[in-house]
Design a protein around this ligand. Structure first.
Ligand code: DMJ
Length: 451
């Protein structure tokens, strides 16, 4: 009798575990459908209340611009997501706005990094996905207007440029803003046959690489006039993150061996100095770039991309262990916080601004391991966003991920990245072939045709 009861319990336990691991094609389809309808809901709100503005404010239902005039951030960033999600009507509406209203002939100072990753990346992807030359003409015009940023004594770009006068500003920059333009500028060289774009962007990266510390780490801030570091804190988070990402991805996109070499040098030091293994998974810490000594044990929503990048660049085990920490972070509230001290177990910045990185890492890990665990993690994250961030005007950032209080803000990267990875995680692999395309840091897909 005892044996029978034990057998029944054991069978139930195993069935339950197997159930937790299973993710059926029907479940995947349901996830894709709910992401498409969320995307449509957010876009319809933008079109109803803020069409032509950079963004919609999702609580007050008003338009918001970054600068004194709109650069159409939301339609620009969202266009290729609509294409990948099969949302033809929305893609047509975004295309119509972009091609009828977007012009860079403006007396306007813009932030080089943001406009490169959002506009240049999106316009190049739009051209590659549709073949419509008007997108690449806009991209070339924008790229030429931004070239003056590279005219510093070191060749590392200034942070701001006026699109009409070419006047630059901002000598204190950081690795992410200096080293995250080669994918976009390299593509401009491919389509215009003008080598200036690739050369300037590559020189900026190599000047930065030359200035790494003796233990092969970069700092957080650097003066592009003098080449001197002004903040020696080293980590994989804000201000450094996409510099590493672009070294590896530019190798995959263009086959540039120098990029691969530089990524490999850094990746040895990243793995040596930054990981902190805990029972919750592996967090990545902050250290002094010269000594490798920990400065502060901060980890957060932006840092979560590193799990995906580690796995994508070949170290699947490291990526998996970091993703365990990412998932732990997600469960700190209704969503994840922006910054968390993993030694003190304290949330240092409670907001959640609709960032994609945690879901992005689920996407890479699922593609590389086929482990349904990453579908379950991703489902929890996507469902949390769709429930807890939903607002009258789309989806709102959270002022506080623990209390759930909302903030009147919906960044364009919610369309470009968060919804795109949320969909592709559950979509058929044929929908997006990772061996033929590489995503930029803003998740704009680029074709690997140069290799
Ligand atoms: C995006 O604009 C880009 O991914 C950038 O590299 C930093 N992160 C935001 C989204 O979180």
């Amino acid at each position: 009798m005892k044996l029978r009861i034990f057998t029944v319990f054991a069978a139930l336990f195993i069935a339950n575990l197997a159930g937790a691991q299973t993710f059926t094609p029907e479940m995947k389809k349901a996830q894709c459908d709910s992401v498409v309808s969320a995307c449509r809901y957010a876009w319809n709100a933008y079109m109803a209340h803020a069409a032509g503005f950079d963004e919609i404010k999702p609580l007050s239902l008003q338009g918001r611009n970054w600068y004194h005039t709109s650069l159409l951030m939301t339609p620009v960033d969202a266009f290729d997501t609509f294409i990948l999600l099969g949302m033809k009507k929305e893609a047509d509406e975004a295309k119509q706005l972009i091609l009828s209203k977007l012009s860079f002939d403006l007396d306007l100072e813009v932030q080089f990094f943001e406009i490169t990753i959002r506009h240049l990346g999106s316009l190049i992807s739009a051209f590659e996905l549709t073949g419509d030359l008007r997108f690449i003409w806009l991209a070339e015009d924008l790229g030429r207007r931004m070239l003056p940023v590279f005219a510093s004594p070191t060749g590392m770009p200034y942070r701001y440029v006026n699109l009409k006068t070419g006047k630059t500003r901002g000598e204190i920059s950081n690795p992410a803003e200096i080293g995250s333009c080669l994918m976009e500028f390299g593509k401009l060289t491919q389509y215009t046959s003008d080598t200036v774009f690739y050369q300037r962007a590559r020189k900026a990266q190599s000047e930065l690489f030359k200035r790494r510390s003796r233990i092969d780490l970069p700092g957080t801030f650097i003066n592009v006039n003098t080449g001197q570091w002004t903040d020696p804190d080293s980590h994989i988070g804000a201000c450094i993150d996409s510099y590493f990402e672009y070294l590896y991805k530019s190798w995959r996109l263009f086959g540039d061996k120098d990029c691969r070499k530089e990524w490999e040098v850094y990746s040895v030091s990243i793995k040596k100095y930054l990981p902190v293994k805990t029972e919750r998974g592996t967090f990545m810490t902050h250290v002094n770039m010269e000594t490798g000594q920990e400065t502060v044990a901060l980890y957060g929503a932006l840092d979560a991309f590193i799990a995906g990048l580690m796995a994508y660049s070949g170290d699947i085990e490291a990526g998996m262990s970091i993703q365990d920490a990412n998932y732990f972070l997600w469960q700190k509230g209704f969503t994840e916080p922006e910054a968390y001290n993993f030694r003190k177990d304290s949330i240092e910045d409670p907001q959640y601004v609709l960032r994609p990185e945690n879901i992005e890492s689920c996407f890479y890990l699922y593609r590389l391991t086929s482990d349904p665990k990453y579908l379950h993690m991703g489902k929890r994250m996507v469902d949390d966003i769709l429930v807890h961030c939903r607002a009258a005007g789309g989806f709102a950032a959270l002022k506080n991920a623990v209390s759930g209080e909302k903030k009147d803000n919906m960044e364009s990267f919610f369309f470009a990245e968060t919804l795109k990875y949320a969909y592709l995680l559950f979509a058929l692999e044929e929908t997006f072939d990772l061996s033929k395309w590489v995503f930029t840091t803003e998740a704009h897909p680029m074709r690997t045709s140069l290799r």
